[in-house]
Structure formats: structure tokens, C-alpha cells
Design a protein around this ligand. Structure first.
Ligand SMILES: [Zn+2]
Length: 305
């Protein structure tokens, strides 16, 4: 295009002014978008959820329950330490950072409100679901998860390991991100999420241990340690139950992993959609084996740190 040379000075001045206004508006809008975090870094509710963990006698036992909703304080008295002399067995476990956060998966009523899957993505998932159901026992997964978690807790406490739980009741409303935040806030050495599986085929069975995939940037710092913990737990689950299980699985799609800043694993105890395994998982003997295997794996992880 031909440049006009005989333009009047005031017109040139106005062009510059208009151009500058356009640039300022554009920069202003862009920085506004960039400055606004896509995903909130911390849930404001979480600061109130600091676990109450007794640290007076770490050599003996201690335990605590964290409940973001009003819960009976009686829960704590249920887990009074036994007289088991656990001190010698746990002497090798460093006192610092050895709290284990147990998270019995799901709750009575799911919460379908969307929640960000992780700090690196705008993808959302429901905050928490109510889980699967036993095909033969008709037991909801959230009930089984808490039954086994309580046994694991008792076993860890007996060994002198500090334990906190995200819930000890079904009447809670705690999202998967909030559960991760609870472990973060507590500075847990390890978070262990307890779940049971479901599948369209009734033949599928066996336990598995999930850990956060290193492919997700947010969990890279905890991926190696989580993998190590998962390996220990799988190994001890195999020997406790005398079955092979389905192995380890790296996952990048779980909100409860992606928001975690502490090593985290998820144990799928078995398939509630397999009639035999569904029944087995509700037998006291088998539950005890699962709990012992998981506790052994946790203890080995803590000792290895
Ligand atoms: Zn589940």
C-alpha cells in the first residue's frame, strides 16, 4: 500500500494515541487472564483440618481421627493403645515424619459436584462417589473400605506407628482432593487409600496397588517414593494372602493422587463384582490377612526412609 506523506500532524498524533490505547487494553486483558490461577492451589477449608495427633509417647502408640464435619469425639477412645510392647519392633522407624494417613475410600452419599483432577489440568471429576457394591454380599464399597482400614489402623497403632484417618464414619462429605490435602496438611510420611474394585466381568479378581504416574508433573516429586511404598505393600499382600494379585498400576487420572504432596498409594483390595472375592473380602480371617499385609508394607516403607 502507498504511504500517505501529506497526512496532517494531528491525525498522526491521534493514530498513535488510538494505537497505544489498543495495546494497553490488550495487555491488560491478557495479564488478567494469566494472573488468575486456573485452579486454586489450596482449599481454604483444609487449614481447619489439621489432624490432632498425640505425639507425647511416639514409642508406644498414638492415633487420631480427622473429621471435617462434626463427628463424635468418642472415635478416639475406641483406639486406645494396647499394652503390646511395640517399642522394640519399631525402634528402627525414624520419629520424624512417620505419620500414616489412612483414607477409607468413598462415603455413604457421593458428591457429584465437579472438582479439578489436579493442578496441571482443567479437567474435572465428581468430588467423590459412593463406590461399587458387593455383587453377592450387597455390601457397599465404602463400608468394606472402612472395615479394612480400621484393622490396618489397629495393626499400625499396635506397632507404635502414628495413624490418622480421613474418616471413621460413613456420614461425611470429603472430596478426593480434600483427602489428599488432609495428608498434605498432616505432613504424612505416606497416605494409603483403601478401595475395592469393580468390573463388568464377574470373573475379574485380585488385589492391586496403584501409585501416581511420574508422567504427571505435579506428582513427579512423590512418584518414586510412592512406587516404592506400593511395591512393599504388594509384596507383603502377596505373602499375607498367598495369592499373586494383579500387580502395580501407575495412574495419572486420580484426583486423590494428583493433589498429593506426600507419597501416596491406593490399594484395591479385590473385586466386589466377583462373587467369590466379594464374599472372601467380608470374611474376618481374610480381612485380617489383607490388613496385616498392608501394615507390613507400610512398616517396611517407613523403616526404609
Ligand atoms: Zn473405590
Amino acid at each position: 500500500m502507498k504511504v500517505t506523506k501529506n497526512r496532517k500532524p494531528w491525525m498522526a498524533f491521534m493514530s498513535v494515541v488510538v494505537w497505544m490505547v489498543c495495546v494497553l487494553v490488550a495487555v491488560g486483558c491478557t495479564s488478567q487472564v494469566l494472573d488468575r490461577p486456573a485452579i486454586p492451589q489450596e482449599s481454604p477449608i483444609v487449614s481447619k483440618e489439621t489432624p490432632i495427633v498425640s505425639k507425647e509417647t511416639p514409642a508406644v502408640t498414638s492415633s487420631a481421627t480427622m473429621q471435617p464435619v462434626a463427628e463424635s469425639p468418642a472415635a478416639e477412645s475406641k483406639t486406645k493403645p494396647t499394652a503390646e510392647p511395640a517399642a522394640s519392633k519399631t525402634a528402627a522407624i525414624p520419629k520424624q515424619g512417620r505419620l500414616v494417613m489412612l483414607d477409607p475410600g468413598h462415603q455413604r452419599h457421593g458428591n457429584n459436584a465437579p472438582e479439578s483432577v489436579g493442578p496441571d489440568t482443567r479437567e474435572t471429576k465428581p468430588k467423590v462417589s459412593s463406590g461399587t457394591v458387593g455383587v453377592r454380599t450387597k455390601k457397599p464399597e465404602y463400608v468394606l473400605n472402612l472395615e479394612v482400614s480400621q484393622l490396618i489402623k489397629d495393626e499400625l497403632v499396635r506397632r507404635g506407628i502414628e495413624v490418622a484417618m480421613t474418616r471413621e464414619s460413613h456420614e461425611v462429605d470429603i472430596s478426593n482432593k480434600q483427602r489428599a490435602d488432609m495428608a498434605n496438611e498432616a505432613g504424612a510420611a505416606l497416605a494409603v487409600r483403601i478401595h475395592a474394585d469393580g468390573d463388568s466381568s464377574p470373573k475379574t479378581k485380585g488385589f492391586s496397588v496403584l501409585y501416581p504416574s511420574a508422567s504427571s508433573a505435579a506428582v513427579k516429586p512423590i512418584s518414586a517414593e510412592s512406587h516404592e511404598a506400593a511395591s512393599f505393600i504388594l509384596k507383603h499382600l502377596k505373602s499375607a494372602t498367598d495369592t499373586a494379585g494383579r500387580g502395580l498400576s501407575a495412574r495419572s487420572d486420580l484426583s486423590g493422587f494428583n493433589w498429593s504432596k506426600v507419597p501416596v498409594v491406593l490399594v484395591e483390595l479385590g473385586f466386589m463384582t466377583n462373587p467369590e472375592e466379594d464374599e472372601l473380602m467380608s470374611e474376618a480371617e481374610y480381612q485380617k490377612k489383607l490388613a496385616l499385609g498392608i501394615a507390613d508394607g507400610i512398616e517396611q516403607f517407613l523403616k526404609s526412609r
